[in-house]
Ligand binder design. Structure first.
Ligand code: MRU
Length: 341
């Protein structure tokens, strides 16, 4: 099953609950927008491309379940749903991108039936495109990996962060398909452990060799010569920086110090051609994520805690950005890239 999909029989969204991995592969059937918003907020569904598809299906879901009596009222309801979904997580641009693409299409409908059909068709197209795009990212990125490479990755930019295949891990999968022997080192990615819970799990599902390290081991491991390349995903790319999971910036600094290539793999929908680095909101999550590990308390409850979920890696630290349209080497010309969208 895809990470997120539309169930035509039940007329609802279905997705893997990523908070339960790796202990259980629990599937959620989601039939209303507020439940979807909550699932995005708790990271049941997560990863920039998957969030784009979740936003798209969310608008389609709002359309299918609406009781509006006119196309104008229906579109107004969809705009309300868009606001609810948009407010869940601010950093990954793909969420708004998916929402807006479906909204734009739905607004071209002239009847209630047409608005509903157009919304669902567009959301399904976005989900299908995501798989194709990841395959192209994989093919473009695989050229940068050599037989025998050890790749360090952070967080989860694999099939669980997308509809299938993955961005950074898609590159690894495509290289392996080309018979290159690639090994992965996965950082555990505190505080929510997307690296240990999700990346390690999904790579093992495909028999891809993976070694787990804690985030704080990365400097030592890279300095020891155990890593050939770093490969991460992205939540938003602006002209000056790549926004990705907290800890990515630190890895980029270590990579630069030790002259290790630092690659970012992402679809064109992750580029933000409007804003600059200082305008981007970095999601700050609750202190409980640092004070509890599951149900277990791991810090004094009255300790102050700061929990930014993302950081910004300056373009100077990025060797190349791998997209479905090709591999781009900073300094990037955003004018040219915008033309490729
Ligand atoms: O908070 P998350 O788990 O949604 O963060 C995800 C990441 O930072 C990923 O590395 C990024 O979205 C790239 S996903 C292909």
């Amino acid at each position: 099953m895809r990470t997120i999909d539309w169930d035509d029989t039940k007329n609802c969204i279905i997705f893997v609950d990523q908070t339960k991995l790796p202990l259980a592969r629990h599937i959620i059937e989601c039939a209303d927008v507020n439940t979807l918003a909550e699932a995005i907020g708790t990271l049941s569904i997560r990863g920039a491309p998957a969030l784009g598809v979740a936003g798209a299906f969310g608008i389609a879901l709002a359309a299918q379940t609406s009781k509006a009596k006119s196309p104008i009222d229906l579109v107004q309801e969809l705009e309300g749903a868009a606001e609810v979904l948009r407010n869940t997580r601010p950093t990954a641009i793909n969420l708004s991108w998916g929402i807006d693409r479906v909204l734009r299409k739905a607004k071209t409908g002239h009847s209630i039936t047409q608005v509903k059909e157009l919304a669902l068709e567009e959301a399904k197209a976005i989900a299908d495109d995501d798989v194709e795009i990841c395959k192209k990212i994989g093919a473009n990125g695989a050229k940068l990996l050599e037989d025998g490479d050890v790749v360090l990755t952070h967080c989860n930019a694999g099939r669980m962060a997308c509809v299938d295949w993955g961005t950074a891990l898609g590159v690894v999968r495509s290289a392996i398909e080309e018979n290159k022997r690639i090994k992965v080192i996965a950082t555990e990615t505190r505080p929510l452990n997307q690296g240990s819970r999700i990346t390690a799990w999904e790579l093992l599902q495909d028999n891809i060799p993976v070694t787990l390290i804690t985030d704080s081991m990365a400097g030592h491991v890279i300095k020891s010569g155990m890593v050939d390349k770093i490969l991460v995903g992205a939540d938003r790319i602006v002209e000056e920086a790549v926004f990705n999971k907290i800890g990515t910036y630190t890895l980029s600094v270590i990579a630069k110090e030790h002259k290790i290539p630092f690659y970012v793999a992402a679809p064109m929908s992750t580029f933000d051609f409007e804003k600059h680095a200082q305008d981007i909101e970095i999601e700050e999550r609750g202190p409980q994520e640092l004070k509890y590990f599951g149900d277990m308390q791991i810090a004094p409850l009255d300790a102050k805690a700061y929990n930014p979920a993302f950081d910004a890696t300056p373009m100077d630290n990025v060797t190349a950005i791998i997209t479905e349209k090709g591999v781009f080497y900073p300094p990037l010309s955003f004018e040219e890239l915008k033309g490729l969208e």
